[in-house]
Design a protein around this ligand. Structure first.
Ligand code: C5P
Length: 279
Protein backbone atom coordinates (compact mmCIF):
# COMPACT_ATOMS: atom_id res chain seq x y z
CA UNK A 1 0.00 0.00 0.00
CA UNK A 2 1.29 3.51 -0.82
CA UNK A 3 2.14 5.41 2.40
CA UNK A 4 -0.07 8.50 2.88
CA UNK A 5 1.15 12.01 2.19
CA UNK A 6 1.31 13.80 5.54
CA UNK A 7 0.96 17.57 5.79
CA UNK A 8 1.14 19.61 9.00
CA UNK A 9 -1.61 22.22 9.35
CA UNK A 10 0.10 24.68 11.73
CA UNK A 11 -1.93 26.99 13.94
CA UNK A 12 -2.11 30.53 12.59
CA UNK A 13 -1.75 33.59 14.79
CA UNK A 14 -2.62 37.20 14.07
CA UNK A 15 0.25 38.95 15.83
CA UNK A 16 -1.73 42.13 15.14
CA UNK A 17 -5.12 42.57 13.48
CA UNK A 18 -6.36 46.01 12.48
CA UNK A 19 -9.86 46.28 11.04
CA UNK A 20 -10.14 49.20 8.59
CA UNK A 21 -13.63 49.12 7.04
CA UNK A 22 -16.80 47.14 6.54
CA UNK A 23 -17.19 46.29 2.86
CA UNK A 24 -20.38 46.14 0.81
CA UNK A 25 -19.81 42.37 0.28
CA UNK A 26 -20.13 41.76 4.04
CA UNK A 27 -16.39 41.22 4.61
CA UNK A 28 -14.02 43.59 6.37
CA UNK A 29 -10.91 45.28 5.05
CA UNK A 30 -7.98 44.17 7.23
CA UNK A 31 -4.36 45.02 7.88
CA UNK A 32 -2.96 42.04 9.76
CA UNK A 33 0.26 40.26 10.60
CA UNK A 34 -0.01 36.50 10.13
CA UNK A 35 2.44 34.14 11.82
CA UNK A 36 2.55 30.39 12.38
CA UNK A 37 3.64 28.10 15.18
CA UNK A 38 5.37 24.75 15.01
CA UNK A 39 2.31 22.76 16.22
CA UNK A 40 -1.00 22.08 14.51
CA UNK A 41 -3.41 19.57 13.01
CA UNK A 42 -2.28 16.92 10.57
CA UNK A 43 -3.75 15.89 7.20
CA UNK A 44 -3.07 12.45 5.72
CA UNK A 45 -4.01 11.79 2.10
CA UNK A 46 -3.66 8.46 0.25
CA UNK A 47 -5.06 7.22 -3.05
CA UNK A 48 -8.03 4.93 -2.27
CA UNK A 49 -10.56 2.69 -4.01
CA UNK A 50 -13.19 5.26 -3.09
CA UNK A 51 -13.36 8.63 -1.33
CA UNK A 52 -13.33 8.57 2.46
CA UNK A 53 -12.84 11.09 5.28
CA UNK A 54 -12.09 10.40 8.93
CA UNK A 55 -11.45 12.77 11.83
CA UNK A 56 -9.26 11.63 14.75
CA UNK A 57 -7.41 13.32 17.59
CA UNK A 58 -8.20 15.22 20.80
CA UNK A 59 -10.71 17.64 19.20
CA UNK A 60 -12.28 15.15 16.75
CA UNK A 61 -15.61 15.16 18.58
CA UNK A 62 -16.02 18.92 17.98
CA UNK A 63 -16.39 18.37 14.22
CA UNK A 64 -18.53 16.24 11.95
CA UNK A 65 -17.11 14.64 8.80
CA UNK A 66 -19.85 16.13 6.62
CA UNK A 67 -19.61 17.73 3.19
CA UNK A 68 -19.40 21.26 4.59
CA UNK A 69 -16.11 20.43 6.33
CA UNK A 70 -13.41 22.70 4.89
CA UNK A 71 -11.21 19.66 4.18
CA UNK A 72 -13.78 18.17 1.79
CA UNK A 73 -14.51 21.57 0.28
CA UNK A 74 -10.76 21.95 -0.36
CA UNK A 75 -10.62 18.47 -1.98
CA UNK A 76 -13.55 19.32 -4.26
CA UNK A 77 -12.15 22.77 -5.15
CA UNK A 78 -8.79 21.18 -6.03
CA UNK A 79 -10.48 18.58 -8.25
CA UNK A 80 -12.44 21.20 -10.09
CA UNK A 81 -9.45 23.51 -10.57
CA UNK A 82 -7.09 20.79 -11.79
CA UNK A 83 -9.53 18.41 -13.49
CA UNK A 84 -8.52 15.33 -11.47
CA UNK A 85 -10.86 12.68 -10.14
CA UNK A 86 -8.66 10.11 -8.34
CA UNK A 87 -10.48 8.86 -5.19
CA UNK A 88 -8.60 9.68 -1.98
CA UNK A 89 -8.75 8.60 1.64
CA UNK A 90 -8.28 11.67 3.84
CA UNK A 91 -7.67 11.65 7.59
CA UNK A 92 -7.69 14.82 9.69
CA UNK A 93 -5.94 14.55 13.05
CA UNK A 94 -7.49 17.40 15.03
CA UNK A 95 -5.17 18.80 17.71
CA UNK A 96 -6.39 22.42 17.62
CA UNK A 97 -9.60 23.68 19.26
CA UNK A 98 -12.38 24.52 16.82
CA UNK A 99 -13.74 28.07 16.19
CA UNK A 100 -10.93 29.55 18.24
CA UNK A 101 -9.12 32.23 16.20
CA UNK A 102 -6.07 30.17 15.30
CA UNK A 103 -7.23 29.18 11.86
CA UNK A 104 -7.82 25.48 12.50
CA UNK A 105 -10.28 24.95 9.64
CA UNK A 106 -8.33 27.24 7.30
CA UNK A 107 -5.06 25.48 8.12
CA UNK A 108 -6.71 22.10 7.46
CA UNK A 109 -8.03 23.31 4.09
CA UNK A 110 -4.60 24.67 3.11
CA UNK A 111 -2.87 21.44 4.19
CA UNK A 112 -5.39 19.44 2.12
CA UNK A 113 -4.58 21.58 -0.94
CA UNK A 114 -0.83 21.06 -0.35
CA UNK A 115 -1.22 17.29 0.10
CA UNK A 116 -3.32 16.93 -3.07
CA UNK A 117 -0.85 19.10 -4.99
CA UNK A 118 1.98 16.77 -3.92
CA UNK A 119 -0.08 13.71 -4.86
CA UNK A 120 -0.90 15.08 -8.31
CA UNK A 121 2.50 16.66 -9.00
CA UNK A 122 1.19 20.25 -8.92
CA UNK A 123 3.73 22.95 -7.96
CA UNK A 124 2.92 24.64 -4.66
CA UNK A 125 3.32 28.08 -6.22
CA UNK A 126 0.79 27.31 -8.97
CA UNK A 127 -1.59 30.34 -9.07
CA UNK A 128 -4.71 28.12 -9.37
CA UNK A 129 -3.88 26.66 -5.94
CA UNK A 130 -3.87 30.15 -4.37
CA UNK A 131 -7.19 30.93 -6.11
CA UNK A 132 -8.74 27.76 -4.61
CA UNK A 133 -7.45 28.90 -1.21
CA UNK A 134 -8.98 32.40 -1.53
CA UNK A 135 -12.36 30.90 -2.50
CA UNK A 136 -12.33 28.65 0.59
CA UNK A 137 -11.91 31.39 3.22
CA UNK A 138 -10.14 34.61 4.15
CA UNK A 139 -7.34 32.91 6.14
CA UNK A 140 -6.72 30.00 3.73
CA UNK A 141 -4.28 31.88 1.42
CA UNK A 142 -2.12 32.85 4.43
CA UNK A 143 -2.21 29.24 5.65
CA UNK A 144 -1.22 28.00 2.17
CA UNK A 145 1.74 30.41 2.19
CA UNK A 146 2.49 29.20 5.72
CA UNK A 147 4.99 31.88 6.70
CA UNK A 148 4.98 35.23 8.46
CA UNK A 149 3.24 37.75 6.22
CA UNK A 150 1.33 40.99 6.22
CA UNK A 151 -2.25 40.41 5.04
CA UNK A 152 -4.51 43.04 3.53
CA UNK A 153 -7.81 43.01 1.62
CA UNK A 154 -9.95 40.48 3.47
CA UNK A 155 -6.70 38.69 4.34
CA UNK A 156 -5.78 37.31 0.91
CA UNK A 157 -3.38 40.07 -0.27
CA UNK A 158 -0.13 38.78 1.18
CA UNK A 159 3.36 40.19 1.59
CA UNK A 160 5.85 37.68 3.09
CA UNK A 161 8.07 39.12 5.81
CA UNK A 162 11.34 37.96 7.35
CA UNK A 163 11.28 37.14 10.99
CA UNK A 164 13.61 35.04 13.12
CA UNK A 165 11.93 31.73 13.99
CA UNK A 166 11.77 30.11 17.39
CA UNK A 167 10.24 32.67 19.76
CA UNK A 168 8.72 30.70 22.70
CA UNK A 169 4.94 31.03 22.58
CA UNK A 170 2.04 29.84 24.68
CA UNK A 171 -1.47 29.46 23.25
CA UNK A 172 -4.38 29.34 25.67
CA UNK A 173 -8.07 28.88 24.95
CA UNK A 174 -10.55 29.29 27.81
CA UNK A 175 -12.88 26.63 26.39
CA UNK A 176 -15.28 29.02 24.67
CA UNK A 177 -16.00 28.82 20.95
CA UNK A 178 -16.83 32.18 19.34
CA UNK A 179 -18.19 32.67 15.83
CA UNK A 180 -15.97 34.78 13.56
CA UNK A 181 -18.98 36.32 11.82
CA UNK A 182 -20.57 37.23 15.19
CA UNK A 183 -17.37 38.96 16.37
CA UNK A 184 -16.94 40.95 13.14
CA UNK A 185 -20.61 41.97 13.34
CA UNK A 186 -19.92 43.61 16.74
CA UNK A 187 -16.90 45.66 15.56
CA UNK A 188 -17.68 49.34 16.28
CA UNK A 189 -16.89 50.51 12.73
CA UNK A 190 -14.10 52.89 13.76
CA UNK A 191 -10.94 52.77 11.64
CA UNK A 192 -8.07 53.20 14.10
CA UNK A 193 -5.40 53.01 11.40
CA UNK A 194 -3.27 50.37 9.72
CA UNK A 195 -0.28 48.44 11.08
CA UNK A 196 2.47 50.61 12.53
CA UNK A 197 5.72 50.88 10.60
CA UNK A 198 8.90 48.99 11.45
CA UNK A 199 10.00 45.37 11.46
CA UNK A 200 7.76 42.46 12.46
CA UNK A 201 8.67 42.86 16.12
CA UNK A 202 7.79 46.58 16.11
CA UNK A 203 4.55 46.00 14.18
CA UNK A 204 3.60 43.34 16.71
CA UNK A 205 4.55 45.37 19.78
CA UNK A 206 2.89 48.59 18.60
CA UNK A 207 -0.08 46.89 16.93
CA UNK A 208 -3.33 45.64 18.44
CA UNK A 209 -6.25 43.32 17.78
CA UNK A 210 -9.34 45.37 16.96
CA UNK A 211 -11.53 42.29 17.38
CA UNK A 212 -10.60 41.95 21.06
CA UNK A 213 -13.31 44.37 22.36
CA UNK A 214 -16.16 42.77 20.34
CA UNK A 215 -14.94 39.26 21.22
CA UNK A 216 -14.92 40.21 24.92
CA UNK A 217 -18.59 41.16 24.62
CA UNK A 218 -19.34 37.58 23.55
CA UNK A 219 -16.79 35.89 25.84
CA UNK A 220 -15.94 38.10 28.86
CA UNK A 221 -13.49 35.40 30.01
CA UNK A 222 -11.01 36.70 27.39
CA UNK A 223 -10.18 39.76 29.56
CA UNK A 224 -9.33 37.51 32.51
CA UNK A 225 -7.25 35.21 30.30
CA UNK A 226 -5.24 38.14 28.86
CA UNK A 227 -4.60 39.57 32.33
CA UNK A 228 -3.46 36.13 33.55
CA UNK A 229 -1.01 35.77 30.64
CA UNK A 230 0.35 39.33 30.93
CA UNK A 231 1.20 38.80 34.62
CA UNK A 232 3.37 35.75 33.93
CA UNK A 233 7.11 36.38 34.50
CA UNK A 234 9.01 36.61 31.20
CA UNK A 235 5.88 37.36 29.12
CA UNK A 236 6.70 40.12 26.62
CA UNK A 237 3.27 40.33 24.97
CA UNK A 238 -0.20 38.82 25.47
CA UNK A 239 -2.89 39.30 22.83
CA UNK A 240 -5.94 37.61 21.37
CA UNK A 241 -5.56 35.93 17.96
CA UNK A 242 -8.05 36.40 15.11
CA UNK A 243 -11.64 36.60 16.33
CA UNK A 244 -10.73 34.69 19.52
CA UNK A 245 -11.11 33.29 21.98
CA UNK A 246 -7.57 31.82 21.84
CA UNK A 247 -4.91 34.19 23.17
CA UNK A 248 -1.16 33.94 22.72
CA UNK A 249 1.71 35.02 24.92
CA UNK A 250 5.27 35.55 23.71
CA UNK A 251 8.04 34.71 26.19
CA UNK A 252 11.69 35.64 26.63
CA UNK A 253 12.69 32.01 27.21
CA UNK A 254 11.29 28.49 26.82
CA UNK A 255 11.72 27.97 30.59
CA UNK A 256 9.55 31.01 31.36
CA UNK A 257 6.91 29.73 28.89
CA UNK A 258 6.90 26.25 30.50
CA UNK A 259 6.68 27.65 34.02
CA UNK A 260 3.71 29.80 32.95
CA UNK A 261 2.05 26.80 31.25
CA UNK A 262 2.44 24.75 34.45
CA UNK A 263 0.82 27.43 36.61
CA UNK A 264 -2.03 28.03 34.15
CA UNK A 265 -2.77 24.31 33.79
CA UNK A 266 -3.02 23.82 37.55
CA UNK A 267 -5.08 26.99 38.16
CA UNK A 268 -7.39 26.40 35.15
CA UNK A 269 -7.59 22.69 34.34
CA UNK A 270 -10.42 23.36 31.84
CA UNK A 271 -8.34 25.68 29.67
CA UNK A 272 -6.50 24.36 26.61
CA UNK A 273 -2.83 25.26 26.77
CA UNK A 274 -0.20 24.61 24.07
CA UNK A 275 3.53 25.18 24.55
CA UNK A 276 4.94 25.99 21.14
CA UNK A 277 7.16 28.42 19.20
CA UNK A 278 6.73 30.82 16.29
CA UNK A 279 8.01 29.25 13.08
O1 C5P B 1 -13.67 34.03 5.00
P1 C5P B 1 -14.22 33.22 6.13
O2 C5P B 1 -15.27 32.24 5.67
O3 C5P B 1 -13.19 32.57 6.98
O4 C5P B 1 -14.95 34.27 7.07
C1 C5P B 1 -15.88 33.89 8.04
C2 C5P B 1 -16.74 35.10 8.38
O5 C5P B 1 -15.92 36.07 9.04
C3 C5P B 1 -17.27 35.83 7.16
O6 C5P B 1 -18.51 35.32 6.78
C4 C5P B 1 -17.42 37.26 7.67
O7 C5P B 1 -18.59 37.40 8.43
C5 C5P B 1 -16.25 37.38 8.63
N1 C5P B 1 -15.06 38.02 8.00
C6 C5P B 1 -15.12 39.38 7.72
N2 C5P B 1 -14.02 39.99 7.16
C7 C5P B 1 -12.89 39.29 6.90
C8 C5P B 1 -12.83 37.91 7.20
C9 C5P B 1 -13.94 37.31 7.75
O8 C5P B 1 -16.12 40.03 7.97
N3 C5P B 1 -11.85 39.91 6.38
Amino acid sequence: MTPPIIELAPAKLNLALHVRARRPDGYHELDTLFAFVTHGDRILVAPGAEDSFMIEGPFASALRATDDNLVLRARDAFREAFGVAQPVAITLVKHLPVASGIGGGSADAAATLRALARLEGVALDEPRLMRCAADLGSDVPACLLGRTARGQGRGEVLEPLDWPAGMPTLLVNPGVAVSTAAVFARWDGIDRGGLPSGDVLAMTRDGRNDLEPPARLLAPMIAHLLATLAEEPGCTLARMSGSGATCFALFETADARSAAAGRIRSAHPGWWCLETALS
